[in-house]
Write a protein that binds this ligand. Sequence first.
Ligand SMILES: [Zn+2]
Length: 336
Amino acid sequence: MYFAFRPGFSIYKKGEGPVFIVPHSGPALGGEGRDDGADRVASFCFEKMNGSLLISNMPRDPFYGIDLNRDIPPKQEALSMWKKIQMNPNAISKAYLSKYAWVAKSDADYNKKKKIYSNFWSSAKSSGNIFVIIHRKFALLKNYPSIMDFITFNGIGIDKKVLKKIIGIANKKYNLFFRKIAKNFQLEIINREQQILSSLELKQSSLADVKKKYSWILSKEVNIIKKNAEKKYFEEMRSNFTKNNFLRAVKNTMKNIGSPKITVERIFSGSVSFAPKRFILKGNPIVLQIESDAFINEYYPKKGAEIILYILKTIDKYKKYKTAGMQKAVYDFLSS
Ligand SMILES: [Zn+2]
Protein backbone atom coordinates (compact mmCIF):
# COMPACT_ATOMS: atom_id res chain seq x y z
CA MET A 1 0.00 0.00 0.00
CA TYR A 2 1.14 3.49 -0.83
CA PHE A 3 0.50 6.25 1.68
CA ALA A 4 1.57 9.86 2.04
CA PHE A 5 0.94 12.53 4.65
CA ARG A 6 0.60 15.75 2.73
CA PRO A 7 -0.08 19.20 4.21
CA GLY A 8 -3.76 19.14 5.21
CA PHE A 9 -4.59 15.56 4.27
CA SER A 10 -3.51 11.92 4.09
CA ILE A 11 -3.77 9.75 1.01
CA TYR A 12 -3.71 5.94 0.80
CA LYS A 13 -3.64 3.86 -2.38
CA LYS A 14 -3.90 0.15 -3.03
CA GLY A 15 -4.55 -1.24 -6.52
CA GLU A 16 -7.41 -0.15 -8.74
CA GLY A 17 -10.74 0.87 -7.28
CA PRO A 18 -13.01 3.74 -6.29
CA VAL A 19 -11.75 6.94 -4.71
CA PHE A 20 -13.15 7.39 -1.19
CA ILE A 21 -13.03 11.00 0.02
CA VAL A 22 -13.75 12.41 3.49
CA PRO A 23 -13.46 16.22 3.33
CA HIS A 24 -14.63 16.90 6.91
CA SER A 25 -12.68 14.36 8.95
CA GLY A 26 -10.24 16.82 10.53
CA PRO A 27 -10.16 17.95 14.18
CA ALA A 28 -13.12 19.98 15.47
CA LEU A 29 -11.85 23.46 16.23
CA GLY A 30 -13.88 26.65 16.34
CA GLY A 31 -17.52 26.86 15.36
CA GLU A 32 -17.61 23.95 12.95
CA GLY A 33 -17.60 20.31 14.03
CA ARG A 34 -16.26 17.30 12.20
CA ASP A 35 -17.93 14.44 10.32
CA ASP A 36 -17.62 11.93 13.14
CA GLY A 37 -17.07 8.39 11.99
CA ALA A 38 -17.33 9.13 8.25
CA ASP A 39 -13.58 8.40 8.08
CA ARG A 40 -14.08 5.00 9.73
CA VAL A 41 -16.78 4.02 7.24
CA ALA A 42 -14.53 5.18 4.38
CA SER A 43 -11.54 3.23 5.71
CA PHE A 44 -13.59 0.01 5.82
CA CYS A 45 -14.75 0.70 2.24
CA PHE A 46 -11.09 1.13 1.22
CA GLU A 47 -9.99 -2.06 3.02
CA LYS A 48 -12.61 -4.13 1.23
CA MET A 49 -12.50 -2.57 -2.21
CA ASN A 50 -9.01 -1.08 -2.65
CA GLY A 51 -8.60 2.10 -4.72
CA SER A 52 -7.79 5.35 -2.96
CA LEU A 53 -8.68 7.01 0.31
CA LEU A 54 -8.29 10.73 0.95
CA ILE A 55 -8.80 11.95 4.49
CA SER A 56 -8.64 15.58 5.52
CA ASN A 57 -6.69 16.29 8.68
CA MET A 58 -7.45 20.00 9.02
CA PRO A 59 -10.36 21.59 10.90
CA ARG A 60 -13.16 22.59 8.51
CA ASP A 61 -13.52 25.92 10.30
CA PRO A 62 -12.27 28.50 7.74
CA PHE A 63 -10.27 30.35 10.43
CA TYR A 64 -8.50 27.32 11.94
CA GLY A 65 -8.35 25.31 8.74
CA ILE A 66 -10.01 24.84 5.36
CA ASP A 67 -13.52 23.65 4.55
CA LEU A 68 -12.66 21.37 1.64
CA ASN A 69 -16.30 21.11 0.56
CA ARG A 70 -16.61 24.82 -0.20
CA ASP A 71 -15.37 27.10 -2.97
CA ILE A 72 -12.17 29.14 -3.42
CA PRO A 73 -12.84 32.60 -1.88
CA PRO A 74 -11.96 35.76 -3.83
CA LYS A 75 -8.71 37.00 -2.25
CA GLN A 76 -10.06 40.36 -1.10
CA GLU A 77 -13.05 38.75 0.62
CA ALA A 78 -10.81 36.22 2.40
CA LEU A 79 -8.52 39.01 3.64
CA SER A 80 -11.27 41.34 4.79
CA MET A 81 -13.14 38.51 6.56
CA TRP A 82 -9.94 37.72 8.48
CA LYS A 83 -9.78 41.33 9.68
CA LYS A 84 -13.44 41.30 10.72
CA ILE A 85 -12.91 38.11 12.74
CA GLN A 86 -10.00 39.74 14.58
CA MET A 87 -12.39 42.38 15.94
CA ASN A 88 -15.19 39.93 16.64
CA PRO A 89 -14.78 36.12 16.37
CA ASN A 90 -18.51 35.79 15.64
CA ALA A 91 -18.37 38.15 12.70
CA ILE A 92 -18.09 35.43 10.09
CA SER A 93 -21.40 35.30 8.26
CA LYS A 94 -23.48 32.21 7.48
CA ALA A 95 -23.31 33.24 3.83
CA TYR A 96 -19.50 33.16 3.90
CA LEU A 97 -19.43 29.79 5.70
CA SER A 98 -21.81 28.18 3.27
CA LYS A 99 -19.84 29.42 0.26
CA TYR A 100 -16.12 29.75 0.95
CA ALA A 101 -13.37 27.41 2.17
CA TRP A 102 -11.01 29.68 4.15
CA VAL A 103 -10.13 33.19 5.38
CA ALA A 104 -6.57 34.55 5.05
CA LYS A 105 -4.39 36.92 7.06
CA SER A 106 -2.03 37.77 4.16
CA ASP A 107 -1.35 37.12 0.48
CA ALA A 108 1.11 34.38 1.43
CA ASP A 109 -1.42 32.75 3.77
CA TYR A 110 -4.06 32.89 1.03
CA ASN A 111 -1.73 31.23 -1.49
CA LYS A 112 -0.66 28.53 0.96
CA LYS A 113 -4.27 27.58 1.73
CA LYS A 114 -5.22 27.63 -1.93
CA LYS A 115 -2.37 25.24 -2.68
CA ILE A 116 -3.41 22.74 0.03
CA TYR A 117 -7.04 22.91 -1.15
CA SER A 118 -6.12 22.46 -4.83
CA ASN A 119 -3.69 19.61 -4.04
CA PHE A 120 -6.39 17.76 -2.13
CA TRP A 121 -8.90 17.89 -4.97
CA SER A 122 -6.44 17.36 -7.83
CA SER A 123 -4.98 14.33 -6.00
CA ALA A 124 -8.53 12.99 -5.62
CA LYS A 125 -9.46 13.65 -9.24
CA SER A 126 -6.34 12.00 -10.66
CA SER A 127 -6.85 8.86 -8.55
CA GLY A 128 -9.72 7.25 -10.45
CA ASN A 129 -13.10 7.67 -12.11
CA ILE A 130 -15.55 6.45 -9.48
CA PHE A 131 -15.79 8.81 -6.50
CA VAL A 132 -17.51 8.30 -3.17
CA ILE A 133 -17.58 11.36 -0.91
CA ILE A 134 -18.67 10.58 2.64
CA HIS A 135 -20.08 13.04 5.21
CA ARG A 136 -21.96 12.74 8.51
CA LYS A 137 -25.53 13.78 9.25
CA PHE A 138 -27.31 13.73 12.61
CA ALA A 139 -30.07 11.49 13.89
CA LEU A 140 -32.98 13.94 13.96
CA LEU A 141 -36.68 13.41 13.41
CA LYS A 142 -36.62 15.82 10.47
CA ASN A 143 -34.25 13.43 8.65
CA TYR A 144 -36.30 10.29 9.33
CA PRO A 145 -36.41 7.63 7.86
CA SER A 146 -33.02 8.34 6.30
CA ILE A 147 -30.09 6.50 7.85
CA MET A 148 -27.90 7.18 4.79
CA ASP A 149 -28.80 9.82 2.23
CA PHE A 150 -27.28 9.49 -1.27
CA ILE A 151 -26.72 12.61 -3.38
CA THR A 152 -26.49 12.55 -7.20
CA PHE A 153 -25.65 16.23 -7.92
CA ASN A 154 -28.81 16.66 -10.00
CA GLY A 155 -28.21 13.38 -11.77
CA ILE A 156 -24.75 14.43 -13.01
CA GLY A 157 -22.84 12.15 -10.59
CA ILE A 158 -25.17 9.27 -11.42
CA ASP A 159 -28.58 8.91 -13.09
CA LYS A 160 -31.05 9.57 -10.28
CA LYS A 161 -33.68 7.11 -11.52
CA VAL A 162 -31.12 4.32 -11.76
CA LEU A 163 -29.76 5.09 -8.29
CA LYS A 164 -33.28 5.11 -6.85
CA LYS A 165 -33.90 1.63 -8.27
CA ILE A 166 -30.61 0.38 -6.89
CA ILE A 167 -31.27 1.90 -3.45
CA GLY A 168 -34.69 0.21 -3.53
CA ILE A 169 -32.94 -3.14 -4.04
CA ALA A 170 -30.47 -2.35 -1.21
CA ASN A 171 -33.30 -1.42 1.15
CA LYS A 172 -34.85 -4.83 0.56
CA LYS A 173 -31.54 -6.61 1.06
CA TYR A 174 -30.80 -4.81 4.34
CA ASN A 175 -34.39 -4.69 5.58
CA LEU A 176 -33.75 -7.14 8.41
CA PHE A 177 -30.75 -5.15 9.64
CA PHE A 178 -32.73 -1.89 9.52
CA ARG A 179 -35.58 -3.51 11.46
CA LYS A 180 -33.14 -4.77 14.08
CA ILE A 181 -31.60 -1.35 14.69
CA ALA A 182 -34.84 0.66 14.32
CA LYS A 183 -35.59 0.95 18.03
CA ASN A 184 -32.11 2.06 19.05
CA PHE A 185 -31.88 4.50 16.16
CA GLN A 186 -35.20 6.00 17.24
CA LEU A 187 -33.99 6.26 20.85
CA GLU A 188 -30.93 8.11 19.57
CA ILE A 189 -33.26 10.56 17.78
CA ILE A 190 -35.44 11.11 20.87
CA ASN A 191 -32.35 11.67 22.99
CA ARG A 192 -30.91 14.17 20.53
CA GLU A 193 -34.16 16.13 20.24
CA GLN A 194 -34.37 16.26 24.03
CA GLN A 195 -30.75 17.40 24.28
CA ILE A 196 -31.22 20.23 21.78
CA LEU A 197 -34.24 21.54 23.70
CA SER A 198 -32.52 21.16 27.08
CA SER A 199 -29.43 23.05 25.96
CA LEU A 200 -31.61 25.88 24.67
CA GLU A 201 -33.46 25.86 27.98
CA LEU A 202 -30.15 26.13 29.86
CA LYS A 203 -29.49 29.31 27.94
CA GLN A 204 -32.76 30.47 29.51
CA SER A 205 -34.39 31.05 26.19
CA SER A 206 -38.09 31.88 26.31
CA LEU A 207 -40.41 29.44 24.59
CA ALA A 208 -40.83 31.87 21.71
CA ASP A 209 -37.05 32.08 21.51
CA VAL A 210 -36.70 28.31 21.59
CA LYS A 211 -39.20 28.02 18.76
CA LYS A 212 -37.29 30.61 16.75
CA LYS A 213 -33.84 29.09 17.32
CA TYR A 214 -35.15 25.61 16.75
CA SER A 215 -37.30 26.47 13.75
CA TRP A 216 -34.81 25.16 11.15
CA ILE A 217 -35.56 21.71 12.48
CA LEU A 218 -38.97 22.20 13.97
CA SER A 219 -41.00 23.15 10.91
CA LYS A 220 -40.12 19.87 9.20
CA GLU A 221 -40.54 17.85 12.37
CA VAL A 222 -44.03 19.15 13.01
CA ASN A 223 -45.09 17.87 9.58
CA ILE A 224 -43.68 14.42 10.30
CA ILE A 225 -45.47 14.38 13.67
CA LYS A 226 -48.71 15.46 12.02
CA LYS A 227 -48.47 12.62 9.52
CA ASN A 228 -47.51 9.85 11.93
CA ALA A 229 -48.52 10.58 15.53
CA GLU A 230 -51.94 9.85 16.98
CA LYS A 231 -54.07 12.94 16.64
CA LYS A 232 -54.29 13.68 20.37
CA TYR A 233 -50.50 13.99 20.70
CA PHE A 234 -50.28 16.31 17.74
CA GLU A 235 -53.15 18.46 19.03
CA GLU A 236 -51.67 18.56 22.52
CA MET A 237 -48.37 19.80 21.11
CA ARG A 238 -50.01 22.28 18.77
CA SER A 239 -52.29 23.88 21.34
CA ASN A 240 -49.64 24.02 24.06
CA PHE A 241 -46.08 23.83 22.77
CA THR A 242 -43.95 22.74 25.71
CA LYS A 243 -40.84 20.63 25.70
CA ASN A 244 -42.69 17.72 27.26
CA ASN A 245 -45.63 17.86 24.87
CA PHE A 246 -43.25 18.01 21.94
CA LEU A 247 -41.22 15.03 23.18
CA ARG A 248 -44.39 13.03 23.88
CA ALA A 249 -45.45 13.67 20.30
CA VAL A 250 -41.99 12.67 19.00
CA LYS A 251 -42.10 9.43 21.00
CA ASN A 252 -45.57 8.62 19.74
CA THR A 253 -44.51 9.37 16.17
CA MET A 254 -41.71 6.82 16.50
CA LYS A 255 -44.22 4.09 17.31
CA ASN A 256 -45.87 4.48 13.94
CA ILE A 257 -43.10 5.54 11.62
CA GLY A 258 -41.49 2.25 10.54
CA SER A 259 -37.84 1.27 10.06
CA PRO A 260 -35.05 3.53 8.84
CA LYS A 261 -34.01 3.36 5.19
CA ILE A 262 -31.37 4.40 2.71
CA THR A 263 -32.68 7.39 0.77
CA VAL A 264 -31.87 9.44 -2.32
CA GLU A 265 -31.69 13.21 -1.80
CA ARG A 266 -34.22 13.04 1.00
CA ILE A 267 -32.38 15.75 2.97
CA PHE A 268 -29.41 17.02 0.97
CA SER A 269 -28.94 17.97 -2.67
CA GLY A 270 -25.23 18.79 -2.66
CA SER A 271 -25.99 22.44 -3.47
CA VAL A 272 -23.19 23.77 -1.22
CA SER A 273 -20.66 21.10 -2.25
CA PHE A 274 -18.87 23.59 -4.46
CA ALA A 275 -15.51 21.79 -4.52
CA PRO A 276 -16.73 18.40 -5.82
CA LYS A 277 -18.74 20.26 -8.45
CA ARG A 278 -15.68 22.26 -9.53
CA PHE A 279 -13.08 19.45 -9.43
CA ILE A 280 -14.70 16.03 -9.52
CA LEU A 281 -17.86 16.15 -11.63
CA LYS A 282 -16.11 17.08 -14.89
CA GLY A 283 -15.48 14.44 -17.52
CA ASN A 284 -18.42 12.15 -16.82
CA PRO A 285 -17.22 10.14 -13.81
CA ILE A 286 -19.53 8.34 -11.37
CA VAL A 287 -19.86 10.46 -8.23
CA LEU A 288 -21.82 9.49 -5.14
CA GLN A 289 -21.99 11.76 -2.14
CA ILE A 290 -23.29 10.18 1.04
CA GLU A 291 -24.58 11.73 4.26
CA SER A 292 -24.14 8.79 6.58
CA ASP A 293 -25.82 9.04 9.97
CA ALA A 294 -23.61 9.55 13.04
CA PHE A 295 -25.46 6.54 14.51
CA ILE A 296 -24.33 4.11 11.80
CA ASN A 297 -20.84 5.68 11.66
CA GLU A 298 -20.40 5.21 15.40
CA TYR A 299 -22.03 1.85 16.07
CA TYR A 300 -22.07 0.02 12.73
CA PRO A 301 -19.27 1.45 10.55
CA LYS A 302 -18.52 -1.93 8.95
CA LYS A 303 -22.17 -2.41 8.05
CA GLY A 304 -22.23 1.15 6.65
CA ALA A 305 -19.24 0.28 4.46
CA GLU A 306 -20.86 -3.03 3.41
CA ILE A 307 -24.00 -1.17 2.29
CA ILE A 308 -21.97 1.37 0.28
CA LEU A 309 -19.97 -1.41 -1.37
CA TYR A 310 -23.11 -3.35 -2.24
CA ILE A 311 -24.52 -0.24 -3.93
CA LEU A 312 -21.23 0.38 -5.80
CA LYS A 313 -21.12 -3.22 -7.04
CA THR A 314 -24.73 -3.03 -8.17
CA ILE A 315 -23.98 0.19 -10.07
CA ASP A 316 -21.03 -1.60 -11.68
CA LYS A 317 -23.22 -4.54 -12.78
CA TYR A 318 -25.76 -2.12 -14.19
CA LYS A 319 -22.99 -0.32 -16.14
CA LYS A 320 -21.76 -3.60 -17.62
CA TYR A 321 -25.26 -4.56 -18.77
CA LYS A 322 -25.67 -1.13 -20.24
CA THR A 323 -22.36 -1.02 -22.15
CA ALA A 324 -23.10 -4.52 -23.50
CA GLY A 325 -26.24 -2.98 -25.01
CA MET A 326 -28.48 -5.39 -23.11
CA GLN A 327 -31.35 -3.00 -22.61
CA LYS A 328 -33.80 -5.74 -21.72
CA ALA A 329 -31.35 -7.22 -19.22
CA VAL A 330 -30.89 -3.78 -17.65
CA TYR A 331 -34.64 -3.53 -17.25
CA ASP A 332 -34.97 -7.04 -15.80
CA PHE A 333 -32.04 -6.47 -13.51
CA LEU A 334 -33.42 -3.25 -12.07
CA SER A 335 -36.94 -4.62 -11.77
CA SER A 336 -36.04 -7.91 -10.10
ZN1 LIG B 1 -19.38 17.03 5.83
